[in-house]
Design a protein around this ligand. Sequence first.
Ligand code: IPE
Ligand code: IPE
Ligand code: MG
Length: 229
Amino acid sequence: MIKHMAIIMDGNGRWAKKQGLPRTYGHKIGAERIRDVALEANKMGIQAITLYAFSTENWKRPDDEINFLCKLPKMFFNKYIKELIENNIKVSYIGELEAFPIETQQVIKDALSKTNHCSGLELVIALNYGSRREISLAANAYAQDVVDGKVEISNNEEVFSNYMMTSHLPDVDVMVRTSGEQRLSNFLLWQLAYAEFMFVDYAWPEFNEEKLHEVVYEFNQRNRRFGGV
Ligand code: IPE
Ligand code: IPE
Ligand code: MG
């Protein structure tokens, strides 16, 4: 049973280039796949799916690509928010939204409030997210609470987890990265401690319902021991 799946949606740019199209076309089609995967994961009873959409390192990209990526949430939610609500899918995010244009922030917050009542799949979008940044922020917030006398100092892992952006989510069960790259690129380092990893060769725009079922099937074959026997 998968409670939490995480996906590094990689390979959009290369997929588009291979067809002689601009990288941004890959991002546009990639966003369509988010809709397909969210609906199917919801039907399959997966509790939460965290999608890496923009990393703290992605600001290194050319301005025109960043501008396009900043406009994608608006394009996506204008088209699909109704369908997400109808399917009881709750939208949330991790990352620091403040870095994005006000309109982008607004669109995302609007999607959150419109789906706040939904109790099906939680669709978590990682935006301007970096795991080291998250851990630094958590350590800082914890230290501040200790200074303010709100909590006692301790080395309890559960207490620390409460300061992470994913504090309300279970640990990740399975992490999928598309496009053949085998690295984490600063994604959920803490939360992936005991996740099953799947690195697949196809690009994110090629992901679909069938591929999701393949991943879940493969996960079900794995023997998770968590250090036991
Ligand atoms: C993933 O696809 C989407 C983002 C990082 C925003 P890429 O844009 O990284 O595509 P490739 O890896 O360059 O092909
Ligand atoms: C990771 O992909 C980030 C997202 C998918 C949003 P990148 O394409 O940015 O990662 P690197 O640069 O290949 O490590
Ligand atoms: Mg990439």
